[in-house]
Ligand binder design. Sequence first.
Ligand SMILES: [Ca+2]
Ligand SMILES: [Ca+2]
Length: 186
Amino acid sequence: MHSASIKLPYFMDEVVSNEAPSLITIKPAKKPTPKAKKPPAEAAAATAHKEGLFSPIVFGAKTILGEESLNQIRGKVIGKHSEVISNFVNTYDTPFGNAVARNIFAIMDKNRDGVVDENELAMSFKALGFTWLQEKQVSGILKRADKDDNGLIDYSEFMDELPKTLRTNLIKLAKKNGGDLGFLVL
Ligand SMILES: [Ca+2]
Ligand SMILES: [Ca+2]
C-alpha cells in the first residue's frame, strides 16, 4: 500500500496541492510585520524628548533658583536669562513650570516651616520687583490662595493659585522693563 500511495502522488499531488495551497497560504500568513509602525511611536517619543529642549533651561532655572535670592531671579528676568522666566510664564501649568514654581515656593518659605505667610509673600513679591503690589493686593492674593482660610499658603494652595499670579506679574514686570516682549507668547 505504501508503494501504491507513493505512486499515486503524481496524480494526487495535484489534488493535494490544490488543497494545500489554502493551508499553506494560511500557515505562512507571515505575521504582519507592523514593525514598520514602531518608528512612529519612537518618533513621538523623540518628539516628547525634544521638550528636552527645556532640559538646559530647567538646568538653568535650577541654577538660578537654587541661588537662594529672589533678587537674582529678578535680575535674570530683566537680563539675559529672561527666557527662563518666559518659559515659566508660558509653561506654568506644565511639569516644567511646576518644577520652577516648587523652587519658588521653597525660596518664598524663608523660615522653612512649609507654609508661606503674608510677610513672606510680601517680601518675595518685593524681591521679585513687583513693586506695584501694595499690602492690600498682597493680602488679597493670599486670601484668594488660602482656601482653608488659616492665613497661610501651604504648598497645594500655592500651586493652585500662585503660578497664575506669578505669571501675570512677571509679564507686567517684563512690560515695565522696556516692552521687551518678543519672548513672551501671550
Ligand atoms: Ca514660612
Ligand atoms: Ca491655607
